[in-house]
Design a protein around this ligand. Structure first.
Ligand SMILES: [Zn+2]
Length: 571
């Protein structure tokens, strides 16, 4: 690691300390065509530093935009992530818009968004004039088709001056997951201050450094992310532009983000919420290099554990593939040396990625159908560790045939699926009855005082006959335990338990000559029975209490209350 302090790109002092290097790294989203596999890919040493003066965490070798925003054959730059494809993000951004509208906008106020994508946030401002600025052509065109005025360009000071002369000033300038990508933040902020009106607010939302440190989520670090903000470092940056933060709100999107409200110095009063966050940053030592050095040690430890885990599985002959080809995955594959010898392929649902190869390690990308058809896969490496739960729900088939997911965060591990709660009603007990037959006839013991299922309390015994087509029950006792056997014919015995969380378990037993058992049903379980075939069933009942007509201890329900659980299914 380079111990020489470097010049900070925010405060311009020589106080930038490198605390982590990931080695040579390709551009995270530069997927490779088969025909380009023998060509040298662009790479850079991905290392991150902390400025001891202004506290900004920053990429040391900044990758120029043209390395990852590549024009297509028509000279248009395209962006693969359409915000609006996610319902969750749509709700998130409309919440963002409503908060800004309610708190800060007057009827004539105008709203500008930098990096407005396909207009997902601006479309939520129904009553105000809006303007989007979006450098990627394809998403800007979608926004324009939705009648959201959008300039297809980068937001800079010179563009801001042009907008000012045509449109005047704005009350609110917004940016979501954009500021962290801006290489020349000073020029960008000059643009912001050019356009803000006297009560104007500048609201940003970006991944929050505290989340990265606490979750060890080093895979948030890649070429496009130039800055990793704390409220402290942002305050120092804004101070250089006569601006200040007056409010902040932590968000759970993108693995943990911070929404930050800023204005010209002195315009709005600082909130209590902001003060609490600042105190937390102090307390968690966000302003000390030691916190970052410790982070880098944890990341290295994580890498070692991950390599041990996957290489040992591979040594056992297990087949491992990757799940979802995203930027996070590129970082993990290259940092932890996971090539096609470890991950045979990566399944991804994005059509344009299928058939391409991952940056750096060149692992082939296939469709989810290919993955689902491949029954030999033992493990799937899930790069989107923060979505493990929902993905595992989606991939039940893989899991039920013994497939397992591997995640690298928060700790490298094989994720065991959560145990399904048993479908059996645990309160019901069964005794198998052994039939002893000889040339004289046969007998079977039904219940003995030393049987485990007998709890020693005797009330009465009775025998009943039930005609074909009749359902007896459905009933429940609050105090009484029933022991039931069918000594002639066969019947279907249904037990139903309503759990405290209102979920219902229904168990079916066949009882009788073809399956001689004794069923013990304790209080609190609904039960009933019906003969099978056109033969009456002779039923032996033992109760642990005597029947008291004054207190029958029997609640009844319509036998079809839980649907038709009685009729045998044909086929
Ligand atoms: Zn600095």
């Amino acid at each position: 690691m380079d111990t020489q302090k470097k010049r900070c790109k925010i405060c311009n002092t020589e106080n930038l300390v490198e605390f982590i290097s990931f080695g040579q790294m390709p551009v995270a989203n530069a997927f490779v065509k088969k025909s380009d596999l023998d060509k040298q890919e662009y790479s850079y040493e991905m290392k991150v530093g902390f400025c001891e003066h202004c506290k900004m965490v920053q990429m040391i070798n900044v990758v120029p935009y043209e390395k990852y925003i590549v024009p297509d054959n028509f000279g248009k730059t395209n962006y693969a992530f359409f915000s609006s494809t996610s319902k969750f993000m749509e709700d998130h951004f409309s919440g963002f818009a409503i908060e800004v509208e309610k708190k800060f906008l007057e009827p004539t106020s105008k709203v500008l968004e930098t990096g407005s994508n396909d207009g997902i946030m601006l479309q939520a401002f129904k009553n105000h004039e809006v303007l989007g600025v979006e450098p990627s052509t394809n998403v800007a065109e979608i926004a324009i088709s939705k009648k959201i005025p959008t300039i297809n360009d980068f937001f800079t000071e010179s563009l801001a001056k042009k907008i000012l002369s045509e449109k005047g000033k704005f009350r609110a300038i917004l940016s979501a997951n954009v500021t962290l990508n801006i290489i020349d933040l000073h020029d960008y902020l000059n643009g912001v201050t050019t356009l803000l009106d006297e009560k104007g607010i500048f609201v940003t939302e970006d991944p929050y450094i505290l989340d990265i440190l606490e979750k060890n989520s080093y895979d948030q670090i890649y070429d496009e992310h130039v800055w990793y903000f704390s409220l402290n470092s942002l305050s120092n940056l804004y101070a250089q532009h006569e601006m200040e933060i007056f409010d902040a709100e932590r968000q759970w999107t993108h693995g943990g983000s911070m929404r930050v409200f800023a204005c010209r110095k002195g315009t709005y009063e600082k909130t209590e919420r902001l003060k609490k966050y600042l105190e937390e940053e102090q307390q968690k030592k966000i302003n000390l290099i030691d916190s970052y050095i410790e982070f880098s040690k944890r990341v290295e430890e994580n890498k070692k554990k991950l390599i041990d885990l996957v290489y040992s599985l591979k040594a056992q002959g297990k087949k491992i593939v990757g799940y979802a080809a995203a930027s996070k995955g590129t970082i993990v594959q290259n940092y932890c040396n996971l090539g096609p010898n470890i991950l045979e392929y990566i399944s991804d649902s994005t059509p344009f990625k299928q058939g391409l190869y991952t940056p750096g390690k060149n692992i082939p990308i296939v469709s989810p159908e290919f993955f689902h058809d491949d029954k030999k896969v033992d493990y799937a490496f899930l790069f989107a560790w923060n979505h493990a739960e929902e993905i595992m729900k989606k991939e039940q088939e893989f899991i039920s045939r013994g497939g397992r997911f591997i995640v690298h965060l928060p700790e490298p591990k094989i994720v065991e699926p959560q145990k399904q709660e048993s479908k059996e009603i645990s309160e019901i007990q069964i005794k198998k009855l052994n039939i002893f037959a000889n040339d004289q006839g046969y007998l079977f013991e039904t219940l003995r005082a030393d049987d485990k299922i007998f709890d020693g309390k005797f009330g009465q015994v009775l025998v009943s006959a039930v005609y074909p087509g009749i359902i007896k029950g459905l009933h429940l006792h609050k105090k009484q335990t029933d022991y039931t056997a069918c000594i002639k014919g066969n019947m279907k015995y249904i037990a139903i338990k309503i759990n405290t969380d209102k979920t219902i378990k229904i168990n079916t037993f066949i009882v009788g000559e073809k399956n001689p058992i004794l069923i013990k049903c304790p209080p609190g379980i609904w039960h009933g029975y019906t003969p099978l075939s056109n033969q009456e069933a002779i039923v032996l009942h033992l109760m642990d209490k005597v029947y008291d007509p004054a207190d029958p201890d029997t609640d009844r329900k319509d036998p079809f209350e839980f649907g038709d659980v009685w009729t045998p299914r044909h086929g």
